[in-house]
Design a protein around this ligand. Structure first.
Ligand code: GLN
Length: 454
């Protein structure tokens, strides 16, 4: 813990940690030592972790990287982080992210961008987003693992960009209670770590039924670490032909082929599969996620949480809302709220929101059919490219940024577990990730297959 605290302080150029909690860390580390001495060591005893700023942590700034939550110190602890502390983990501090988890580059954060520890020619690269601080901190060894959340790829894409492993569990596997909501039907928390095994151990601690989240699944949590048998003989791996996008860089294609070969060498059977509604996934996601966000973010009104704008005599409640939101939310968040209120408005509800919900059901059905035909996991690239330069995409049209999520959003729309594993380097020496998508609530099997790619 002491070494990680020192490393994190020394790595301020990465801007990964946005609040350090050395006192909590020291107290938790001492308690962990005492438990070890008593011979009662829980699975994460004394393991120093970083926590994405989207998780509410009692008495500690929890701002979702937004100005509108400035000064907010929750009186409660998210279920996922509470479970991690029960399992003996140590909190080093809160990690940078895109504002309200909206983004793919960590550039929408009120704290400024987090920086990828991987570099080419001294150019500063994005660690991805929205869990960019988590990815940068784990990759730079500032902590042994981190929490992330994934609504459309925010664990898997940053994991791929930073050369680490991250799993988005099945929707309902981890409680959403105490995690600032972005799009409630898509959001899931998950671990980010240096290896499949680290993620398996962390996920075991984070997961489980929670009566405080009505969408949390009332299922036992299997021993994910015990599932890592290393044996994938006879497993069937599907290669979805619709993910072979036009204009896909040759090195992404080569990476995908290499992954297929590694799984085949380990004894898996490789089959071609079809997920015909894949091409509608991005537009569906970028209707549904903003719709849910516009509803979830209505609570930031200057009254209940965080920041309130200075008012002048004559200002009423409407001015308070308007001024607070105008200065509290960043541009990307405002864009999402506007898209969301538009697609939910009376005149456009059927044309956009309802239609997107129907297409979502078709996307889910595509996966159901592939799994019903005997496929155990689906292999795809995690991202269409390696990490891009900071500033490079933010200046382009926002849709360019959204295209980053092309391989990841289907998994959230279908509620399935998905993992990204580092699978090699591109021509410039930057990490690339491969994604495996599994059957619902079979994270153990998914982790086991993923370990064959390590
Ligand atoms: N990049 C996607 C978005 O901006 C996904 C974000 C996420 O998974 N939280 O919506």
């Amino acid at each position: 813990t002491a070494a990680c605290l020192t490393a994190a302080e020394g790595a301020s150029a990465l801007n990964a940690f946005v609040h350090m909690t050395p006192e909590t860390a020291t107290a938790q580390a001492e308690a962990a030592d005492a438990r070890l001495a008593d011979g009662d060591a829980p699975p994460l005893c004394g393991i120093p972790l970083g926590i994405k700023d989207l998780f509410c942590t009692r008495g500690v700034a929890s701002q979702a990287a937004s100005r509108i939550l400035e000064g907010f110190r929750p009186e409660y602890e998210s279920t996922v982080t509470a479970r991690l502390w029960d399992a003996g983990a140590v909190m080093l501090g809160k990690l940078n992210m895109d504002e309200f988890a909206m983004g793919s580059s960590n550039e929408t954060s009120v704290y400024g961008e987090a920086v990828n520890p991987w570099k080419v020619d001294e150019r500063r690269l994005t660690p991805g987003g929205s869990s960019g601080g988590s990815a940068a901190a784990v990759a730079a060894d500032l902590c042994l693992g981190a929490t992330g959340t994934d609504t459309g790829g925010s664990i898997r894409q940053p994991a791929a960009f930073a050369g680490i492993t991250g799993i988005k569990p099945t929707y309902g596997r981890c409680s959403r209670w105490g995690i600032v909501a972005f799009a409630s039907s898509l959001d899931q928390a998950g671990p980010m770590g240096k290896s499949v095994r680290d993620c398996a151990i962390m996920l075991g601690a984070m997961a489980g039924h929670d009566p405080l989240d009505s969408t949390s699944a009332d299922l036992p949590v299997p021993d994910f670490e015990a599932a890592l048998t290393g044996d994938i003989r006879g497993r069937t791996i599907g290669i979805p032909r619709e993910y072979r996008m036009e204009g896909m860089p040759g090195e992404i294609d080569a990476l995908w082929t290499r992954g297929r070969e590694m799984l085949a060498d380990a004894g898996a059977k490789i089959v071609d599969v079809s997920l015909p509604h894949t091409k509608y996934a991005l537009p569906t996601y970028y209707v549904l996620a903003p719709a849910e966000a516009s509803s979830n973010l209505a609570r930031y009104d200057g009254v209940r949480f965080g920041h309130r704008a200075d008012l002048v005599p004559g200002d009423g409640v409407t001015e308070m809302y308007e001024k607070t939101r105008a200065e509290g939310f960043g541009d990307e968040v405002k864009r999402r709220i506007m898209i969301g209120t538009y697609v939910l408005s009376a005149g456009f509800y059927d044309a956009y929101y309802n239609r997107a919900r129907k297409v979502r059901a078709l996307i889910k059905r595509d996966f159901d059919q592939v799994f019903a035909a005997g496929v155990d996991a689906i292999l795809t690239p995690t991202t269409p490219s390696a990490a891009f330069g900071l500033g490079e995409m933010a200046e382009a049209d926002p849709v360019q940024m959204y295209l980053n999520d092309v391989f990841t959003v289907t998994v959230n729309l279908a509620g399935l577990p998905g993992i990204s594993v580092p699978a090699g380097l591109d021509g410039r020496g930057l990490p690339l990730g491969l994604q495996l998508i599994g059957r619902p609530f079979e994270e153990g099997d998914l982790l086991n297959v993923a370990a064959s790619l390590e």
